[in-house]
Design a binder for this molecule. Structure first.
Ligand code: PLP
Length: 482
């Protein structure tokens, strides 16, 4: 927290909230953790929460709600049509983004379904800074293809570039020239670029993209799911925006866009989603799909309670002290890991801390899933559940050949305002111990491999008895510690 200096000189993030509801956590002993990860087929998705101490799998739908959000849930207006809850949410979005039209949806991917059905057709091309899994799936399902135009700096693991989510404007011009503007369904910018480490784009980049869109009559669509983090980084890192308030930066971003959609599982710390639209014509074209796939226009598959919480959550997103908590905890963790030479994606982004397994366990071949092995080892070492984002998350070629991922990452998500600093310190400590013992970590092999989305359901086994050795070393080093 830049504003609060510690007399002792220590630089740590200070929580600007207090805890009023708690959930008890269990930390099973290391022997039980080995048994649990074995039962889960070495797949962190298949662990039971009763065996997990720090759940760092995702930031989706697991962010802490404020007292104001919880209070608002009690005044939800549960009427099918004419709901006052809907009107409050619609007005809040109009106020924040300045977009006149709003369509509710049950979550982010539902917005992507509607957008893709209306705007994408066979042969369409959608240029974007980087894809998200569900976005790409909906675009390809409707016959389109995705062009990833993130600037080359975005893919450098270790970097000091402040805006690794920026789109390369030269590449955008090339893609438009190559396919012709009439083939481009829309240009998509993703705030807080999820799959490359929660990295932001700059306002200037968005303005530049808008200019190119205007030259060719193209729609600019913003995926605002991770907008809160991106707003924080623009305020912190973009010189021209330092004097602006979060509300003003938000409006300047929104002013560049024709359509803004979001997952409220992240933005607004609730559960749901929606599409904000500038043009009445586009609104009318999309509207028909909401009752078909989501629910009536006044709730779109969301519970009215969640909608009330979202309205308050959106207002709270305009508060710098609310949105800086996640990124500051992540920055603290990334800094501390770097001090210990533990390889992580830099600079720190939003969403979570991304450990570079390719380096951490550089002795494990990609065919033995280094990121999956590291995620399994970290669970054994500390009861910490992360998510493999590497070769395991890819799909085999139709002929069975393995596609090796560009990056082998273990993502440790930082749900917003959920963990305390001592818990984060614990995670750092267990990673430090694991790094000192990294040569003990071995690879994994599938015992059950589903054809699609294998990372969700697949089961694996260690290629040797490395996990027993890891447990024995834990006992030798840490005595009877949990
Ligand atoms: C999570 C996410 C989505 C999908 O949202 P869901 O609510 O999970 O369907 C889309 N885009 C981005 C950038 C996301 O982070």
């Amino acid at each position: 927290m830049a504003e609060v200096k510690f007399f002792g000189g220590e630089s740590i993030p200070l929580e600007m909230h207090k805890v009023r509801i708690v959930q008890k956590l269990a930390l099973p002993p290391v022997e039980r953790r080995l048994a649990a990860i074995t039962e889960a087929g070495n797949n962190t998705f298949l662990l039971r929460n009763s065996d997990v101490f720090m759940d760092m799998l995702t930031d989706s739908g697991v962010n802490a709600m404020s007292d104001q959000q919880q209070a608002a849930m009690l005044v939800a207006d549960d009427s099918y049509a004419g709901s006052a809850t809907y009107t409050r949410l619609e007005s809040k979005l109009q106020e924040i983004f300045g977009t006149p039209y709003f369509l509710p949806a049950h979550q982010g991917r539902a917005c992507e379904n509607i957008l893709s059905q209306v705007l994408v057709s066979k042969g369409s091309v959608v240029p974007m800074n980087y894809h998200f899994t569900t976005t790409k799936a909906h675009i390809t399902l409707n016959g389109g293809t995705v062009e990833e135009l993130v600037a080359d700096t975005g893919l450098e693991v270790v970097s000091v570039h402040p805006f690794k989510g920026n789109m390369d404007t030269g590449k955008l011009r090339d893609v438009i020239g190559l396919h012709g503007a009439d083939k481009i369904a829309f240009v998509r910018m993703e705030a807080g670029t999820n799959l490359i480490g929660g990295q932001p784009f700059s306002l200037q980049n968005l303005v530049d993209i808008r200019k190119i869109c205007d030259e060719h009559g193209l729609l600019l669509v913003l995926d605002a799911s991770l907008l809160a983090d991106n707003l924080h980084f623009i305020k912190q890192r973009e010189a021209d925006c330092r004097a602006l308030g979060i509300r003003e930066i938000t409006r300047r971003i929104a002013d560049q866009c024709d359509i803004i959609y979001f997952s409220a599982r992240k933005l607004g710390c609730a559960r749901g989603g929606g599409i904000c639209i500038r043009s009445e014509e586009l609104y009318r074209r999309m509207r028909g799909l909401v009752p078909l796939y989501e629910g009536f226009l006044t709730y779109g598959g969301m519970s009215v309670r969640e909608m009330e919480a979202l309205t308050v959550g959106l207002e709270e997103t305009m508060d710098e002290e609310v949105i800086n908590q996640g990124p500051q905890f992540i920055a603290y963790m990334v800094d501390e890991l770097q001090k210990r030479d533990i390889p992580v994606i830099t600079p720190a982004g939003g969403l979570g801390c991304h450990v570079n397994a390719m380096k951490f366990v550089d002795h494990i071949p990609q065919a033995e899933y280094p990121a999956g092995a590291l995620a399994s080892a970290l669970y054994i070492a500390g009861g910490i559940r992360g998510m493999e984002r590497g070769t395991l998350s890819e799909q085999r070629e139709p002929d069975g050949r393995e596609i090796f991922a560009n990056m082998e990452l273990v993502r440790l998500a930082m749900p917003r305002r959920v963990f305390t600093l001592s818990q984060v310190k614990y995670a750092i400590d267990r990673l430090e111990w694991l790094y000192a013992n990294r040569r003990l970590i071995g690879g994994l092999a599938f015992t059950e491999e589903p054809e699609i989305l294998r990372f969700f359901y697949g089961r694996l086994k260690p290629v040797s008895d490395w996990q027993e050795k890891l447990v024995a070393k834990f006992r030798a080093d840490l005595g009877n510690s949990l």
